[in-house]
Design a protein around this ligand. Structure first.
Ligand code: NAG
Length: 368
């Protein structure tokens, strides 16, 4: 179907979701009208278009970044990492305390305006607490449809090396991301614990050693928003929440099969943590001071994320819920705090109540 004809349906889909709201489970969310329209549109795009068309819809990371920073009157600040990868700074490059953010989108979609707007919001909330500014660097990685895994891990490794070489201290650095970006952070952690070997089957060399090995201090923290930790998840929540999540279980599944096939079967647990051997995360506590994971109980991935958090906490952090904090947003959908920015819902009290908790956790990890 032509793109025009596809989008011609959108107003009807939106009207339908508003009219059926009183009867849908979404009504319990008490989401604002803006969010209902935003979530419906977001889901519609992912559901109705082919992966190629969605990629066209979301553009390219560098172009989106340049356009967006111009709109919000920030100068573009870019570190070239080589191989089509870059660090894109929101505001000046600051190294006193830094968040490195990996964006989501199934490893198949570019960085978008609403993801940048979310991070800018978080940065401004942190800066409002005084002290020095916060450096926020967004990783531009090559999409998995252009270069297969583990290319994106290799690029993340270059990014962390670049930050450390610029003088960023590990105890002032938080690695973070949403969805597939959170998966990349998890992959780096796992690569540190169990270096990924070369694969003659898939034709790639072993990624470089992890820059997290042998650091003088632990990383300040890792934050994983709705990690895409089970890329083909077909659990109860994937079925039960499939009609109302911000992404359909089928599109998550299709992209999941695609990226999973880029690793040899024997190593697929690197991106499917819940199928990894016992004690997979042992040693994580020596690398990272604290971890925050957030999810929504109305997302497809909910059950998988629960299992993952349990495994990570027990095996990696001696069962400490102090070191691995897990926040479940009641009635939250996938990437709920970021969806507010897609919908343009930034009114205090209407936004996800988890967003201020994320800011609090970050403020505690990298204090002013
Ligand atoms: C998606 O959810 C539907 C139920 O709405 C279910 O029938 C289907 O098997 C699920 N597919 C996947 C891949 O989880």
């Amino acid at each position: 179907m032509g793109l025009f004809l596809t989008f011609a349906q959108l107003p009807f889909v939106i009207i339908f979701s508003i009219l059926t709201l009183p009867f849908s489970t979404r009504n319990k969310n008490k989401k604002s009208l803006r969010r209902v329209i935003g979530d419906t549109t977001y889901r519609f795009v992912g559901q109705s278009l082919s992966v190629n068309e969605v990629q066209g819809f979301y553009g390219t990371t560098l172009k989106n970044y340049n356009t967006w920073v111009a709109q919000v009157k920030l100068p573009p600040v870019i570190d070239e990492l080589g191989g089509g990868s870059r660090l894109l700074w929101l505001g000046p490059k600051r190294t006193e305390r830094v968040i490195l953010w990996c964006h989501g989108g199934g490893l198949m979609l570019a960085l978008t305006d609403h993801q940048m707007a979310f991070m800018r919001y978080v940065q401004q909330k942190l800066e409002a607490r005084g002290g020095t500014g916060v450096g926020v660097a967004l990783l531009e990685y090559t999409l998995a449809s252009d270069q297969p895994l583990p290319t994106q891990l290799v690029q993340l490794i270059s990014a962390v090396k670049e930050l450390l070489a610029s003088g960023v201290q590990p105890q002032n650095l938080v690695l973070a991301g949403d969805s597939a970006g959170a998966l990349l952070i998890e992959l780096l952690l796992v690569h540190t614990l169990h270096p990924i070997p070369a694969s003659s089957e898939k034709g790639y060399d072993a990624p470089p050693p992890s820059p997290l090995t042998g650091l003088p201090n632990k990383l300040a923290g890792i934050y994983l928003m709705c990690p895409w930790i089970a890329v083909t998840g077909t659990t109860g929540s994937a079925v039960a929440n499939s009609a109302t999540d911000s992404v359909t279980n089928e599109s998550q599944y299709a992209m999941g099969r695609f990226v999973l096939g880029q690793l040899p079967e024997a190593e697929q647990h690197y991106i499917q943590a819940n199928t990894a051997p016992e004690e997979w995360f042992a040693g994580a506590d020596a690398l990272v001071e604290k971890v925050l994971v957030t999810s929504g109980d109305k997302e497809n991935l909910f059950e998988d994320i629960n299992v993952f958090v349990d495994k990570l906490t027990k095996e990696g952090f001696g069962g400490s819920s102090e070191r691995v904090k897990y926040i479940v947003q009641k009635d939250g959908v996938h990437d709920d705090p970021i969806q507010d920015f897609f919908a343009g819902e930034t009114r205090p009290g209407k936004m996800s109540y988890v967003t201020p908790m994320i800011v609090d956790w970050l403020a505690e990890r990298i204090p002013a």
